[in-house]
Design a protein around this ligand. Structure first.
Ligand code: ZN
Length: 185
């Protein structure tokens, strides 16, 4: 599965002076502790999508661009490959950490989604083998699942639960919708 790698990231000066660059940066919260490994960069600007599956967007040259694609482009100093999907190894759509983003195909995208529904726990990324402030190696217990569902009914958002359990948004979303962990009452 393709994932972001530190190799090939050049931090090109090309985008450093772009007129939108300061605005882009102003939307990024790099406070540690967000995401499955605790190093996701949270996009705080405008977002699209639906709850549990959101991604950031930014207006550049009168067009909306996906924030995580732009983050990848800034880090690599070139345009995102045409026809490819920008996949998150962390499963956090609002993350703009370029190390967590990599180009992939629709098939990769579907496979990741399927794996996430099946595995139900955050994976260790190859770029972050030992890190993770939130819950490294977190695997849910039946008790966790029951607790997550209970907290959700009491008004905790998918986002806050994902953060709290160090899991991906869609992972928590599928738990509360009982698409996964169906055996837990
Ligand atoms: Zn991330």
């Amino acid at each position: 599965m393709p994932r972001g790698s530190r190799e090939g990231i050049v931090h090109a000066a090309k985008f450093r002076w772009a007129p939108w660059r300061e605005r882009f940066e102003s939307y990024i919260d790099r406070t540690p502790g967000f995401g499955p490994w605790g190093d996701c960069h949270r996009w705080t600007g405008p977002a699209s999508g639906y709850p549990g599956n959101q991604y950031g967007r930014i207006m550049i040259n009168k067009r909306y661009q996906r924030a995580h694609r732009v983050a990848w482009e800034i880090a690599h100093g070139r345009r995102f490959p045409r026809g490819k999907f920008a996949l998150h190894s962390c499963d956090v759509g609002l993350c703009v950490n370029p190390y967590h983003i990599s180009p992939g195909t629709q098939a990769d995208n579907m496979r990741q989604a399927a794996e996430r529904g099946r595995l139900d726990h955050p994976r260790q990324g190859p770029t972050n083998p030992a890190r993770g402030v939130a819950h490294p190696n977190a695997r849910f217990t039946n008790r966790d699942i029951a607790q997550i569902r209970l907290m959700h009914t009491r008004g905790h958002t998918i986002a806050s639960l994902a953060h709290q359990y160090g899991a991906g948004w869609s992972t928590i979303d599928q738990i509360v919708k009982r698409k996964t962990w169906k055996h837990v009452p």
